[in-house]
Design a protein around this ligand. Structure first.
Ligand code: GDP
Ligand code: MG
Length: 829
């Protein structure tokens, strides 16, 4: 006999949420619409507001379920509206199978979660439930009677993961049900009838350790929620969850309840000293309450900072020790305790590959930590209180070579608008500390900047420990780009040795700051033409103010609590409000570096030295006038074999014309009209030839992206690619050609050539086809309306159709004198 929802209710007092047929119809429709929307969304770019889908079949069933996963950051974005905020969502057909909680946050995690905001927008009762610490598991019943068990985003068998949380949890579930004399089918049936998802935390150190200890009796599945499988978030009261859980052998979720937010907040304050609930250590709580306006279920978290922060740091430094050795460990807030702890565990880990591997696999983490505190004879929280008294450790650890082989490297990143004195301040610093501090200016780099700014900065860091990256970096996007570039391009410096320091020129949003605007704009006016790109005489003050205003209005203040700015190891606040602000700022930076970067042993310059450096910096003129060209077309218009000595060819033709005037009359006419081209080439492929021609499309890509890619990059890096310019390929790719037939019509005159050989500089053959059927040199056209590519149709009529009327031809003898060798291949822009 199997269990029904009614049995559950009768045996335990569990109160099922009943729905009317009508309501069911409505929620089913909502679900179907949501799933349709998700299917559409999955086709779009997943970067912003997108969704990723993952499908797998349920263990022991043919039913396929789809899991939907959004970007973590989109949940809290106020730019993106997600179709659902369910964290953990599994569907099958047009039905929701598993529904997680609505995404919820820590109290005070961001503006919208501040205590007063939450207090204002929610109503009680506030049910404070103990947060279990493991991995989340969803369970639900299927129409075929099977149970589906999912981890956050996956279910069923998988070959692509090392650990399958869903499978291991399912085994634990089987064991627990067995003890109650029940089966997975029983649970499946009841959940299916209730049309809800059971949400539990799987905590078992033998599988995976988290922060708290779950061993022996404590290990298992802690049921903490029952959610209806609806688009709208609806969840059972915790008492019902526990009653339900008890019947199926789940571990309970302890809780305490308050009527008001104030009582709840007071409760947290009162227990933050011990960080425990009824004598048990807990990481934090999940509070369930209701939205004031609609009465909807609303959750938030409250977590104890310590000792969990310390625990995490201990775990991270241990992993770093195992992976990278003693010298490259990145310490956090609890540097001293971590050092002391490392000293303690090093002999244990030393030469013990097995325990090292286990640790990296999140095993023995808690054991080692406990051993340490036991040996200390102090609890974790007591140790934190004592941390300051451990300062002698640092010296000792240095002598043990902790983090000392590689010196630190410091990247000073300016965050500013135009005219705040970035360059001036940088110049003061580099002239005071020429051996220590280098400077790279974005404004000195030819566009496109590409990776030149950051690779240039890294190059400076090879010789000097400090580099200033002088750029406005006025938006999050730019700062994020900068951090990413460093992590991509840096190959030499261990990441723990690379420290980012923000030179934060603006302390308040510049938009309303009239004084700042006056100061910077008058400075820029005074600077005149002394700048790489902004030239007062050329651009005029209106345009310059527009450029400056653009930076001001786009400016995003540094926010140390959020990515990307949270990556700064230090933020130095600067001021731009006095006549000598750059001098003041340089002094401020020196003194901050002295305390933050003690390994640099920076001396304090005298006032005289500072003043001198300041005067020199004010007189600074940028090294070159950088040409701001229109955005460059990086790909040429065509590739061609350049006739390097066109004069010689014309001489040869003139000689032939003398003896064969009947074939050369058109040529002579063009010559007399001054319509012969001075520069000659054989087109190999033209960008326009791709149109409607797939082969040429591929061939064009082969030229540009494969064969001559490096050539084009080199050309682009060094040259101004204006229209009408051409450059021989730096690789020295060359061609030998033979003059075959002179063909002239009334309109134009050209020579069909034969390509004898294409080869690299060293003579290795160049395997490349041409994009046109009749390679030729156009010698000239009758008027500028007649474009040289008309040669193609002329040659086609001669060669394909044997056309002769109105066409002069002359066949060159097949001999050495009509062969031209070693002609350069060039890119024509
Ligand atoms: P950036 O755009 O932030 O790099 O600003 P610059 O360093 O180029 O400074 C803009 C102009 O203001 C330049 O002409 C500087 O010489 C001048 N300037 C910079 N700092 C000071 C300062 O402290 N006092 C004075 N009087 N002029 C300054
Ligand atoms: Mg500048």
């Amino acid at each position: 006999m199997s269990l029904t929802a009614q049995d559950v209710s009768e045996n335990t007092g569990f109160r099922p949420i009943l729905v009317t047929e009508e309501e069911k119809q409505r929620t089913d429709n909502e679900a179907a619409r949501l799933i349709e929307g998700l299917e559409e969304l999955v086709k779009k770019n997943p970067k912003r507001g997108g969704v990723r889908e993952f499908s797998n079949s349920v263990l022991g069933s043919d039913i396929v379920v789809h899991s939907w996963r959004f970007n973590e950051w989109d949940y809290s974005s106020n730019k993106v509206v997600l179709p659902t905020y369910a964290r953990g969502l599994f569907t099958s057909g047009n039905k929701i199978i598993c529904r997680g909680y609505e995404k919820f946050y820590n109290l005070n995690e961001f503006q919208g979660m501040n205590e007063d905001v939450v207090a204002e927008s929610t109503i009680g009762p506030y049910t404070v439930t103990v947060k279990s610490n493991g991995c989340i598991i969803f369970m639900s019943g299927l129409s075929d009677g099977n149970l589906v068990v999912c981890s956050k985003h996956s279910t069923g068998m998988r070959t692509d993961v090392q650990k399958n949380h869903a499978l291991v949890a399912e085994q634990a579930l089987e064991r627990q049900l067995e003890q109650k004399g029940l089966s997975k089918k029983d649970l499946a049936k009841v959940l299916y009838e209730l049309d809800c998802t059971a949400v539990a935390e799987f905590c078992d150190d033998s599988f995976e350790e988290h922060v708290l200890e779950y061993k022996g009796e404590k290990a298992g599945l802690y049921l903490h929620g029952l959610n209806t499988n609806t688009v709208q978030f609806k969840t059972y009261p915790i008492e019902d969850v526990n009653k339900f859980g008890d019947l199926f052998g789940f571990k309970p979720t302890n809780f305490i309840r308050f009527n008001t937010f104030e009582e709840t907040a007071n409760y947290f304050k009162s227990i933050s000293e011990t960080g425990s609930f009824e004598g048990e250590q807990v990481e934090g709580f999940v509070v369930r309450c209701f939205k004031k306006d609609k009465g909807q279920d609303f959750f938030f978290k409250y977590k104890f900072e310590e000792p969990y922060l310390l625990y995490r740091e201990l775990r991270e430094v241990t992993k770093q020790l195992i992976k990278k050795g003693t010298q490259n460990i990145n310490f956090g807030k609890h540097k001293l305790i971590c050092m002391d702890y490392l000293k303690f565990i090093m002999p244990i880990l030393h030469d013990n590959k097995e325990i090292q591997d286990q640790y990296l696999n999140n095993q023995n983490v808690i054991e080692l930590r406990k051993m340490y505190f036991k040996a200390k004879g102090r609890s974790d929280l007591e140790t934190i209180d004592h941390e300051l008294s451990m300062s002698s450790l640092e010296e000792e650890m240095r002598s043990l070579n902790f983090g000392t082989t590689q010196p630190n490297r410091y990247v000073l990143v300016t965050v500013s608008t135009i005219g705040c004195g970035k360059t001036t301040t940088s110049k003061i610093l580099t002239s005071l500390f020429p051996d220590l501090i280098g400077h790279i200016q974005n404004d000195n780099i030819r566009r496109p900047v590409g990776d030149k700014l950051i690779s240039g900065a890294l190059e400076i860091l090879v010789d000097k420990p400090v580099v200033i990256v002088d750029k406005n970096n006025h938006q999050f996007r730019e700062r994020r780009w900068l951090f990413n570039e460093f992590s991509h391009l840096n190959e030499l410096i261990p990441s723990s040795k690379l420290k980012f320091i923000c030179l934060n020129f603006l302390q308040s949003p510049p938009k309303m700051d009239q004084r700042l605007w006056k100061l910077t704009s008058s400075r820029i006016t005074k600077r005149g033409d002394n700048h790489q790109t902004i030239k007062a005489s050329r651009d005029g003050s209106v345009k310059i103010k527009k450029i400056m205003g653009g930076f001001v209005s786009r400016f995003q203040m540094v926010n140390p609590h959020k990515e990307p700015d949270s990556n700064f190891n230090l933020i130095i606040d600067l001021k731009v409000d006095t006549e000598n602000s750059s001098l003041e700022n340089a002094k401020r930076i020196v003194s901050q570096l002295q305390s933050f970067a003690q390994d640099l042993h920076i001396k304090t310059p005298t006032d005289e030295q500072f003043n001198l450096a300041f005067q020199k910096a004010l007189e600074y003129k940028p090294p070159e006038t950088k040409i701001v060209s229109k955005p460059r077309i990086c790909h040429p218009l065509y590739f061609g074999i350049r006739i390097s000595d066109s004069k010689a060819l014309f001489n040869q033709l003139n000689t032939l014309a003398e003896t064969n005037p009947e074939c050369f009359s058109s040529f002579l006419k063009l010559s007399a009209a001054g319509r012969l081209l001075s520069k000659l080439h054989v087109t190999m492929i033209h960008v326009g030839s791709r149109k409607g021609n797939n082969n040429n499309k591929k061939l064009w890509n082969k030229y540009n992206k494969k064969i001559f890619k490096t050539d084009l990059e080199k050309i682009g890096a060094k040259n101004d690619l204006k229209n009408g310019t051409s450059f021989d390929l730096p690789s020295g790719a060359s061609a030998d050609i033979r003059l075959e037939k002179l063909c002239s019509s009334n309109d134009l005159c050209c020579i069909k050539v034969e390509i004898l050989k294409l080869y690299w500089h060293e003579g290795d053959p160049l395997d490349l086809k041409l994009g046109n059927a009749f390679p030729h040199i156009t010698l000239g056209t009758r008027s500028s309306d007649i474009k040289p590519f008309k040669s193609n149709s002329l040659l086609e009529s001669v060669y394909e159709f044997g056309e002769t009327s109105g066409i002069e031809t002359f066949d060159f003898k097949n001999s050495e004198e009509n062969i031209i060798r070693q002609l350069p291949i060039a890119a024509y822009y």
